[in-house]
Design a protein around this ligand. Structure first.
Ligand code: GUN
Length: 294
C-alpha cells in the first residue's frame, strides 16, 4: 500500500513559511509581495481558480489585484491592460488566467507579460532559462511536483520517469526538470503523448509516473510497476448528483487500484493541486524579493 504524498499538508507548511517571511518583510519595512491576476470571461473553473489564488494571497499577507474583463474584450485592449500592469511598480507578479477566448492569442498575451513579473513561468524567456538551468520562474504545477518529491525525500536520481502528456504547462516542463542536473532531477525521462506507439508498455517501465494528460482514471494498475511513484496531475470534473456542487474531481489515475501497487501516490484532490497554488505564492515572493532577476 502506497504512502500518500499529501499536498494539502505540505502546501500548508509552505504557506506558513511564506507567511512568516511576509511578517519578517513587514517588520523590516520591505516590499509586501503583490500579485495581479487577470480574468477574461466567465469560465466556471477559471473563476474558481482565480478566486482561490486571491484568497491564498490574502491568507499569507500578500497584496492582490484582480482585474476582470468581459469575454468580448479585444486582443489589443487586453494587451494594453497587461502593459499597464507591467508598468505598475507596486505589482511584483502578474498572471493572466487561461484559457482565453478564441479571438485572443495566448502566445501574444503570454509574451506581453514582462519576464520579471511572469510568476506563472509561461513566458518563452522563463521557459528557455528553465531549460538551460538558469534562474527562472518555474511554472507552478511542475514546481509543486518537484517540491512535493523533495519534501518527501523521494529519490529521483537515476530513476526512469515516464511523463504522460506534453502540454506547455505541465508535461513538457516537468520532463525537462526531472532530467535536469539537481535534486529532484537526474532522472532518465520518457515523454509520452497521443502518438506514443505503446503507451502502456512505456508506463510499465517507469519508476516514477507523472500523469498529466487530462483523461480521468486513464492509468490503471496493470500499467504500473510494483513500487512505482505515481504523481497524478489530472483533475477533471465529473457530474455527480450526490455532491452539493453537482460534480466530483477525478484524477488521471485509477486511485483505488493503483494505490495498492505504488510506493508513493498523490491523491486527487489534495495532491498536486494545493502544491500548484503554494508554488504561485512562492514565485510571487521571489518576484517581490527580486530573487530571479536581480
Ligand atoms: N489555467 C490552468 N492552469 C493555469 C495556470 O497555472 N496559470 C494560468 N494563468 N492559467 C491557468
Amino acid at each position: 500500500m502506497a504512502t500518500r504524498l499529501d499536498g494539502k499538508t505540505t502546501s500548508r507548511t509552505i504557506r506558513d513559511e511564506i507567511k512568516a517571511e511576509v511578517q519578517t518583510i513587514v517588520h523590516q519595512g520591505g516590499k509586501i509581495p503583490h500579485l495581479a491576476a487577470v480574468l477574461v470571461g466567465e469560465d466556471g473553473a477559471s473563476e474558481t481558480y482565480v478566486n482561490g489564488k486571491v484568497r491564498d494571497c490574502n491568507e499569507v499577507g500578500f497584496k492582490s489585484t484582480l482585474r476582470r474583463f468581459d469575454a468580448t474584450i479585444s486582443e489589443e485592449d487586453l494587451l494594453k491592460e497587461v502593459q499597464a500592469l507591467n508598468d505598475d511598480p507596486d505589482i511584483d507578479g502578474l498572471i493572466v488566467q487561461l484559457p482565453l477566448p478564441d479571438h485572443i492569442s495566448v502566445e501574444k498575451v503570454t509574451e506581453q507579460i514582462r519576464p520579471e513579473k511572469d510568476v506563472d513561468g509561461f513566458h518563452p524567456v522563463n521557459v528557455g532559462r528553465m531549460a538551460k538551468n538558469l534562474p527562472a520562474y518555474i511554472s507552478a504545477t511542475p514546481f509543486g511536483i518537484l517540491e512535493l518529491l523533495k519534501r518527501y525525500n523521494v529519490e529521483t536520481s537515476g530513476k526512469h520517469c515516464v511523463v504522460i502528456g506534453r502540454s506547455d504547462i505541465v508535461g513538457s516542463p516537468v520532463s525537462i526538470l526531472m532530467a535536469r542536473k539537481g535534486n529532484p532531477g537526474n532522472a532518465t525521462v520518457t515523454l509520452c503523448h497521443s502518438r506514443t506507439a505503446d503507451l502502456a508498455a512505456e508506463v510499465r517501465r517507469a519508476d516514477i509516473i507523472i500523469a498529466a494528460l487530462g483523461k480521468p482514471e486513464f492509468v490503471t494498475a496493470d500499467m504500473v510497476k510494483e513500487g512505482a511513484v505515481v504523481i497524478d496531475v489530472g483533475i477533471t470534473r465529473i457530474p455527480d448528483e450526490t455532491k452539493k456542487s453537482g460534480f466530483r474531481l477525478v484524477g488521471d489515475v485509477k486511485f483505488e487500484e493503483v494505490e495498492q501497487k505504488a510506493s508513493f501516490i498523490t491523491p486527487v484532490p489534495g495532491g498536486v493541486g494545493p502544491m500548484t497554488r503554494a508554488s504561485l505564492l512562492y514565485n510571487t515572493l521571489l518576484a517581490a524579493q527580486r530573487k530571479i532577476y536581480s
